[in-house]
Design a protein around this ligand. Sequence first.
Ligand SMILES: [Zn+2]
Length: 252
Amino acid sequence: MQVLILYLLIWFTGGCFGSFLMVVGLRVPIHQSIVFPRSHCSTCHRTLRFYELIPILSYLIQKGRCRNCQQRISILHPLAEALTGFIFLYTFHTYLFFPKEGLFIIGFISFGIIFIISDIYYQLLPDRLILFFFLWVFLGRLVIHPFPFSIYLFSGFGFFSFFYLLYQFSSTPIGGGDIKLFGIIGLLLGYDLTLVAIMIACLSALLFSFPLLVSKRITSKHPIPFAPFIFFGTILTYFSQDIVTTWFMLGN
Ligand SMILES: [Zn+2]
């Protein structure tokens, strides 16, 4: 019972943090302060009260609408909150005895959620945030590196250069922000796992966009944001890296 309460508390804390990440992802790209103005309805601009800011619960109680103007609230809000909650819980459960690595992971996933929101809403990955993300991963890898640090460094530099050249000399519809992300993920995962992460990202993006392309809900001129798929691939690869590594060894 106590364990259950503890887990619920961690999930809830994660949810509150997810709510904060959502605010960062929505405001930083358009140069707004993350503190002021306080959270408000984007339609009627009424400031939200504390009981309207409870992760997930507020959304459910209000049936997904603003209490004042009845405008629909994006499902991304409770989704980001629930997801961050589960990631907090999973990380706590898995890395209980490796607090440094747990913190490192929570950090990079938090950046991931901010970038996903920013890419979905503005098709933009702000340079300021990318710089902080790079510093977090660089310092984290400097402290925690199962393989020599130089391998991660080469991998990061390699992936960045490869995608930069691809961007310069081909018509691949890949954004400048995505190139920097690939470099940072190369630094995070090392070269073999990064390849797996990119593969998962491309496959999932293809599976997601194919039905939308066929039904003409999107066109090839308006590509879907890629950052959500990059982070999906990266986080999945990170959490299953033991399985992936074994699979690689079997192939050799
Ligand atoms: Zn409203």
